[in-house]
Design a protein around this ligand. Sequence first.
Ligand SMILES: Nc1ncnc2c1ncn2[C@@H]1O[C@H](COP(=O)(O)OP(=O)(O)OP(=O)(O)O)[C@@H](O)[C@H]1O
Ligand SMILES: [Mg+2]
Length: 250
Amino acid sequence: MHILEANGINAYYGTNHVLKNINLQIKPHTITAFIGPSGCGKSTFLRMFNRMNDYIDGFRKEGEIIIEGNEIYNKQVRVEDLRKQVGMVFQKPNPFPKTIFENVVYGLTIRGEKDKKKLNEIAERSLRQAVLWDEVKDSLKKSALALSGGQQQRLCIARALAVEPSIILMDEPASSLDPISTAKIEELILQLKEKYSIVIVTHNMQQAGRISDNTAFFYMGELIEYDETSIIFTSPKHDKTQSYVTGRFG
Ligand SMILES: Nc1ncnc2c1ncn2[C@@H]1O[C@H](COP(=O)(O)OP(=O)(O)OP(=O)(O)O)[C@@H](O)[C@H]1O
Ligand SMILES: [Mg+2]
């Protein structure tokens, strides 16, 4: 059983055809890495999984994306519900100018949750899962903007976890962080696999190798090769994959 299936995906920005007949399946509780040169369509594809492209002028798609059995572009699907099911963490940490506590429970309070005890429990649980609790437990009422970049990124992960998604999308989540914060985020992603399915875009080949189970290599809008990460990095079937993972282009 797959948690996510993309079938025959084509995507366009105006006349620019940026994703070309992509088919891909993702198993639950796995980490999938998307790699490939700049502009090959990784972010566009990732953003389709929670319909983040819907409001981009001129964006158009063909094909279907099925998440936990439902075609997410079906008219019956409410985008708010989809975003709860499929969380997202961006390249740059983007905490709101609010307290740490308010940031974590934001997804619940905007849905009208007022039960203080429940919010406290969820905040603690999410911050523990994001391996941030010990660092912030005494400063939950302080501004999230006072945290370091690496802490802010873990806070954004906690905020995504608080609504209990089944899939977490991460678009280069560690690229703006120092090596120590990056190591923490990687360790965290590995732990999250027990409960979630994770799709991560990364330009860092070592990172893809360290944390992902499967890797998809994209080139100029095409999915060239998708396989177990160890195969992609040691014995890929396509020359282009081989060139890319050995650093000969991109
Ligand atoms: N909002 C947009 N409007 C128009 N074209 C876009 C938009 N976003 C991306 N594109 C185009 O779509 C193509 C794929 O871009 P995308 O951002 O998905 O690539 P990427 O693989 O994530 O690249 P990078 O590694 O640099 O982040 C590029 O040609 C890009 O110029
Ligand atoms: Mg991108």
